[in-house]
Design a protein around this ligand. Structure first.
Ligand code: NOJ
Ligand code: CA
Length: 690
């Protein structure tokens, strides 16, 4: 559809009930070229083009600016940038209101209701290149992406940088972790003024001075490099910084192509951020069809003893993955209805210095003391499956060359999921091209994004699920590839084995940042509450249980050892009972970095579960049980911090279990200790009352 630009504002501004959009803080007022409102009119995106032909977009919510006019465009390595002298060629609109089903997830049914505005921009002189920017406007935020059509002066793009900006309209507080540091994605979230942000990874979360909460991230990161955000010093503007590759261009693509979606979720409060489905809705539907072969579920693993250094991945007297050890873990899993047993260090290749060099790894060859055939038989007889492990040490081409063999090996041994690993410093992924050229890549660069796509697609062919550690961040691709079950991509429980432990606020930070992006294999449940040398973990016992509800992951580890669980069977009962697959999720309260309470409904029964966690502060939270079915009686099995519980002392273990009868509409008071939490199972009983 083509019309003269002057008519576009009137023609394409969709009817927006509610207050008229307020012009954001632009230095110069530039007429809106096109705009679109969300279905209920809450969120409005407008695109403007200034006298130099620079296009900007801006976002308002209930008439109040959230994103002030912000730049768009590309720097190219081998051609002039695409940023100025642009004119609006056309603006197309569309509406969508559909629902779809997650095969497993936090919600069973997800509604995708948005209005779309696609603006086609063309350079009015010179190369006359064209780009299309498509905005999808939801009631809780916006996603937009660039499409580059194939055209005479742009058959191929070598992108040096994306010129996308996010000019937050107010100052406020930001929660972010640094990008491009040695330990990849494994950094604590810090909190600064928005105007003091350095170079941050996404998910990036901010609370504006007015109280509005914003989370910036991306969706559908495919054949492109990951986006980070750099604060423009002394301003509240963030600009996109793509992850580098080994070559000059950060992204190299033949036209036509589209970038990932840049997403801005906007909510009144922190819980509202988690309730958004924008990211999943901006991913393509399931490509695998029936995925009943995937086996979401809990797992135990030959793992924590290696992380603590008591056992080794390498062969020798302390080798963890021996037939005898694995049988004990299988027995424990079978006795407790836990379907999976992860085994690390089962294969040849760990005996040297594997961190940063996985070239000895063979993913189809067990060590002599790991009897694969016997363990397959032993596990199957007990209705348990093994979970495989592929640690690449960052030698990714070496792994690529083995992918088919590795997943055929897993399939043939009844292994439905594999945990992968990429332990090497940032920027040190080893890539070896067909001609023998060696390069060093970044974990989130385009080449690694494409590597993960190869792994997930290959694994799917062999009906294997993937749980990637040291991965690329989650951008919702689990919708398209449901076998991409989970990932790490942050500081998980393993840090609590080591001296620099996760602080009590860590999970309350993660819930409103990284975990907005999707599942994490955090590996909760260290009920011993001790790391190396008995060093205390900065959590109460009850908080370890609460994490099973707070954290969503379709593969969720019971990370402690059978011996340690044997000492805490009262608490372990919650881990045994809690499911991993949910029909519904509600975030009942929370503040970024302070606390969060989550209620989730089991997909396989009528039971609900609740998890509540706090930071270093004790809190008393009152929650209304209005998520329960009316007219039904529930038995609440409460696992709470005991009297005097405190993460700073031995009282971190103070813990109590009690049972109460509750109904929808009742209120419950949750008393959380410093560093504490609470877990509740609501067992659905009979109907008939109220
Ligand atoms: C780091 C991972 O996060 C951890 O879970 C794994 O055990 C080691 N790498 C070895 O692969
Ligand atoms: Ca890790």
């Amino acid at each position: 559809m083509r019309r003269p630009p002057a008519l576009l504002a009137a023609a394409f501004a969709l009817a927006a009930p509610g207050p008229a959009p307020v012009q954001a803080q632009a230095a110069v007022r530039v007429p809106t070229a096109a705009s679109a409102a969300s279905p209920d009119g809450t969120v409005v995106v407008s695109v403007a083009i200034d006298g130099d032909g620079r296009a900007t977009y801006a976002v308002t919510r209930r008439g109040r600016p959230v994103i002030a006019p912000s730049g768009l465009g590309f720097l190219l390595t081998d051609a002039p940038k695409i940023e100025r002298d642009l004119e609006l060629v056309s603006a197309d609109t569309a509406r969508r209101d559909t629902s779809w089903t997650q095969p497993f997830g936090e919600w069973k049914t997800i509604r995708d209701r948005h209005n779309e505005l696609a603006v086609r921009l063309r350079e009015r002189k010179g190369l006359r290149r064209e780009i299309v920017i498509t905005f999808r406007v939801f009631d809780d935020g916006v996603g937009f992406r660039y499409s580059v059509p194939d055209q005479p002066n742009l058959h191929h793009a070598d992108i040096a940088e994306e010129l996308t900006q996010f000019a937050l309209a107010e100052d406020g507080t930001a929660w972010w972790k640094p990008a491009f540091e040695r330990n990849r994605e494994e950094y604590l979230y810090g909190r600064t003024a928005l105007s003091a942000v350095g170079t941050a990874q996404t998910v990036f979360t901010a609370r504006l001075a007015s109280g509005t909460h914003v989370a910036i991230h991306e969706a559908a990161l495919v054949d492109y490099s990951a986006m980070n955000l750099a604060g423009v010093a002394g301003t509240t503007t963030l600009k996109a910084v793509l992850t580098p590759g080994s070559g000059g261009a950060k992204v190299s693509r033949d036209a036509p192509f589209a970038t990932p979606w840049r997403t801005i979720v906007i909510a009144d409060n922190a819980p509202g951020l988690y309730m958004s489905h924008i990211e999943l809705n901006l991913n393509e539907p399931n490509r695998l069809g029936d995925v009943s072969w995937l086996r979401p579920g809990k797992f135990v693993g030959v793992w924590w003893n290696m992380i603590k250094g008591d056992w080794t991945w390498a062969t020798g007297p302390r080798h963890g993955a021996t037939t005898a050890n694995v049988k004990r873990y299988i027995d424990f899993a079978a006795a407790n209805g836990i379907p999976g047993v992860l085994v690390e260090g089962w294969n040849v290749g760990w005996d040297g210095d594997w961190m940063g060099d996985g070239t000895a790894m063979r993913f189809d060859t067990p060590t002599p003391d790991f009897d694969a055939a016997e363990l397959q038989r032993y596990a199957a007889a007990r209705k348990v499956h093994l979970i495989g492990h592929h640690e690449t040490g960052g030698s990714v081409s070496h792994y690529d060359a083995q992918l088919d063999r590795a997943f055929a090996y897993a399939r043939d041994r009844g292994i439905p999921a594999v945990k992968t690993g990429y332990v090497t410093d940032a920027g040190q992924i080893e890539r070896v091209d067909a001609d023998g050229t060696k390069r060093r890549e970044w974990h989130e660069g385009q080449w690694m994004v494409n590597h993960h796509a190869r792994v997930v697609a290959t694994a799917a062919r062999y009906r294997v699920g993937i749980d990637s550690h040291e991965p690329v961040k989650d951008t919702g691709l689990r919708r398209t590839w449901p076998n991409w079950l989970s990932r790490e991509g942050g500081r998980g429980m393993e840090y609590n084995a080591w001296p620099a432990k996760n602080p009590p606020e860590h999970e309350a930070n993660m819930f409103f940042t990284q975990w907005l992006g999707g599942p994490m294999d955090f590996t909760p449940g260290i009920l011993s509450l001790t790391g190396v040398g008995g060093s205390p973990i900065l959590s109460t016992l009850a908080k370890q249980l609460a994490l099973y509800v707070v954290i969503y992951s379709p593969v969720q580890m019971a990370a402690d050892t059978p011996e340690n669980y044997a000492k805490h069977m009262d608490a372990f009962r919650f881990i045994r009972d809690v499911p991993v697959d949910w029909a519904d999720t509600r975030v009942l309260n929370g503040e970024v970095g302070d606390y969060a309470t989550v209620a989730r409904k089991d997909r396989a029964s009528d039971d609900w579960y609740l998890g509540s966690i706090t930071d270093e502060k004790a809190r008393t939270l009152t929650v209304k049980l209005d998520f329960l079915d009316r007219g039904r009686t529930y038995t609440a099995q409460v696992y709470r911090d005991g009297a005097g519980a405190d993460y700073r002392t031995d009282a971190r273990r103070a813990f109590a279990v009690e049972t109460r009868t509750v109904h929808a509409g009742d209120a419950m008071t949750l008393a959380l200790a410093p560093g504490g939490g609470q877990a509740i199972r609501f067992v659905a009983g009979g109907r008939g009352r109220r």
